[in-house]
Design a protein around this ligand. Structure first.
Ligand code: ATP
Length: 329
């Protein structure tokens, strides 16, 4: 291998820069030239790239966002777009393409193999942690901490006024953020994909719980942490439905994009550094069409197609434990 390309695609995640840095430096260490395409797959199609060398990745290990910029790219979903991207890679004699992104980005990379004959590797970078074949994705740990810091502040004001809040966190179609943030904040109630059946039953659950906890502790703050894209109409609708259903006054709060920003915590920096360098090790071993997962303390490659096909659910035991902690007799 003489020359590789990398790009960041889909939702940005804290730690992507650390992955760019370690991939670049580990490749340079092995005498491999590196270029970075900008704005996700758009850069590949429009031939927008920069040369990555030591100065360009200096002091980015702890910086949020991505120096290569990220984006969605509809054109990459078309044959013409993919052909153009493959043509640009061939013209520059790129032996391998590394994509740092989420499952959508990997689905695109799997399809791209029909047009591109070089090696391909995915590095899981998304705050959602919704990728099968890896314990953690780059950005997840930071997003959990960011949400927890914000919700701790909400708890203070909720306590002062003995109020009920429903806080909506990100996660797309996955409940990892909701569960982990809810546990860390000792939320009285967590709504995630694994325990949600329908709005009527949810309202009933919440109303019963609010009543029971009030009986046990007296009037107190009460936090409901909910995954996004779950309750129809989101946190605002849930709050108004609770008022209609049981005259429960509840303040909705959507945390939103702050969860994607900020400097990566040490755990994400280490994970990204490990995965980035491991991607180069796999390329040097001649491997392709894989995603770099982490299992325990070791990087473990799995087929890219597998990571895209399977859904990873949250730890049901942790969810059950959390429910028991809020259900004293
Ligand atoms: P996150 O979940 O963190 O937002 P993601 O990688 O899943 O990250 P998506 O918006 O799903 O984000 O995908 C990013 C990009 O990957 C898309 O804009 C598109 O360019 C490409 N992509 C996604 N799905 C496909 C597909 N089926 N075929 C080709 N390209 C795809």
């Amino acid at each position: 291998i003489k020359k590789i390309a990398l790009l960041t695609s889909g939702g940005d995640a804290p730690g992507m820069n650390a992955a760019i840095r370690s991939t670049t430096l580990y490749a340079l260490h092995h005498g491999i030239e590196v270029i970075g395409f900008r704005h996700g797959y758009n850069g590949l199609i429009n031939n927008e790239f920069i040369r990555l060398d030591e100065p360009s990745v200096r002091e980015i290990v702890g910086r949020g966002g991505t120096i290569l910029k990220s984006a969605r790219c509809e054109e990459f979903k078309t044959c013409e777009g993919m052909k153009q991207a493959a043509k640009n890679l061939s013209a520059q004699n790129i032996d391998a393409l590394i994509v740092i992104g989420g499952d959508g980005s990997f689905a695109g990379l799997v399809k791209f193999k029909q047009f591109y004959s070089g090696q391909t590797i995915g590095i899981p970078g998304t705050i959602d942690n919704d990728i099968d074949g890896t314990d953690h994705t780059i950005g997840f740990a930071t997003a959990v901490d960011t949400a927890v810091n914000a919700i701790d502040k909400i708890r203070d004001t909720a306590d002062a006024f003995e109020r009920i809040f429903v806080v909506e966190v990100m996660g797309r179609k996955s409940g990892f953020l909701a569960l982990n943030v809810g546990v860390a904040c000792a939320a009285e109630h967590i709504i995630t994909f694994e325990n949600f059946s329908n709005p009527g039953i949810e309202l009933q659950h919440i109303a019963t719980k609010v009543e029971r906890i009030k009986k046990h502790r007296g009037k107190c703050s009460h936090l409901i942490v909910s995954a996004e894209n779950l309750y129809p109409g989101g946190a605002n609708k849930l709050a108004s439905d609770l008022a209609d259903y049981a005259a429960i006054e509840c303040i909705p709060c959507i945390l939103g994009y702050i969860q994607r920003g900020g400097d990566p915590v040490a755990k994400d920096r280490i994970l990204a550094t490990h995965m980035g360098a491991h991607a180069i090790q796999e390329l040097l071993a001649g491997n392709s069409d894989i995603m770099i997962g982490i299992e325990g303390q070791f990087c473990k490659p799995i087929a890219l197609s597998e990571s895209v096909e399977h859904h990873k659910g949250v730890n049901q035991n942790l969810l059950d434990i959390q429910e028991s902690l809020q259900d004293l007799r």
